[in-house]
Ligand binder design. Structure first.
Ligand code: ATP
Ligand code: MG
Length: 336
């Protein structure tokens, strides 16, 4: 029997559910990102010894690499409560003031997508991060005055997929550090798949683990999603979860042997067929595909760059020889 590709909405719902059920609950279960983990270990241990909440932290990197998971693990380790919000959810200065004044000593405030916080609100965050105070302006015009409230000691943990959009003043206030999450190796992804299979009660052959890992964009969230889809496929077709069934299941989803989806391939073919392989500006690619620039930049490009299929040059994006070869298209990347 055949299956259709899920809609983006269905996919988001399913991955949201998987994120919750498969989220690592301990440092041992959190595979990879060794440098980040080592630094956090030092920071958290030192803070504990001083009996003080850890300093403010910023995590960045492409979606699904484990930023939110890290925030939750830190909370678990420090025994802190997490109050979670996101940049776009904080619409007014008053919203942030309400969140900050409701914090208890030692709480972790997690702000996801912090790059989408507006400038006026960002400025309220500066003194809160730096000196634990909240400046509130009461009244308007000449009679306006500022009152200063002391906040309980807290840790801000923020996450973003777009570090370039974080202003230098905000960035510098993450006194605990700014950490980049890296793509995972195939071996790390394989470990994550094995763990997830156990949690989902799925029997999986080693060859199937390898095949899923290869097609998972070096990203845990994608690996978990693929595992689930392959499990469904095997169940419905009454076969085992083997490398052969994984190949079929993922091909049906439009995922090729490099882990590229239809959307990734559309980006490359558009660049090659319409713009001679580039260099072509991001805004032009986005317009040609009726896709948002930010989505191309945050979601698709990092993986295409990582695979060496696309290059960012000062004159625009360039499809590489490897992209032509992978898509079986004639021609070659232009020389810079
Ligand atoms: N290091 C890891 N080890 C095991 N599983 C992981 C790891 N990192 C992430 N995962 C899995 O991937 C899922 C997605 O991770 P998470 O929600 O932390 O990503 P994110 O970086 O916050 O993504 P986004 O930018 O979309 O918010 C988690 O629920 C977990 O199941
Ligand atoms: Mg997240």
């Amino acid at each position: 029997m055949s299956r259709t590709t899920p809609s983006p909405k269905e996919e988001a719902k399913e991955t949201g559910f998987l994120d919750q059920t498969l989220r690592p609950n301990s440092w041992q279960e959190y595979i990879g990102q060794e440098a980040v983990k080592a630094n956090l270990h030092i920071l958290l241990t030192a803070a504990k010894e001083r009996s003080h909440p850890p300093e403010h932290l910023l995590f960045y990197g492409p979606p699904g690499l484990g930023k939110t998971t890290l925030a939750h693990l830190i909370a678990r380790e420090t025994g802190a409560q997490v109050k979670a919000t996101s940049g776009p959810a904080i619409l007014k200065v008053g919203d942030l003031a309400a969140i900050l004044t409701n914090l208890s000593a030692g709480d972790i405030l997690f702000i996801d997508e912090i790059h989408r916080l507006n400038k006026a609100i960002e400025e309220v965050l500066y003194p809160a991060m730096e000196s634990g105070t909240l400046d509130i302006i009461i009244g308007k015009g000449p009679s306006a005055r500022t009152i200063q409230l002391d906040l309980p000691p807290f840790t801000l943990i923020a996450a973003t997929t777009r570090i370039a959009m974080i202003s230098a003043p905000l960035r510098s206030r993450f006194s605990g550090g700014v950490f980049k999450l890296e793509f995972y190796t195939d071996a790390e992804i394989a470990k994550i798949i094995e763990r997830s299979a156990k949690l989902l009660g799925v029997d999986i052959e080693p060859g199937a683990v390898t095949e899923i890992a290869k097609r998972s964009r070096f990203t845990p969230r994608t690996a978990n999603y693929h595992l689930k889809r392959c499990r469904d496929f095997a169940q419905i077709n009454k076969t085992s979860l083997s490398s052969a069934s994984v190949e079929k299941a993922l091909a049906l989803l439009g995922v090729d042997e490099l882990g590229l989806t239809r959307a990734d391939r559309d980006i490359l073919t558009t660049m090659i067929n319409k713009f001679g392989g580039g260099p072509v500006g991001l805004s032009t690619i986005a317009a040609a595909l009726s896709e948002e620039q930010a989505t191309i930049e945050e979601v698709y490009e990092p993986y295409l760059i990582q695979l060496g299929l696309l290059e960012r040059t000062p004159r625009g994006r360039l499809a590489t020889d490897k992209a032509y070869a992978h898509l079986g298209l004639k021609g070659s990347a232009k020389l810079l």
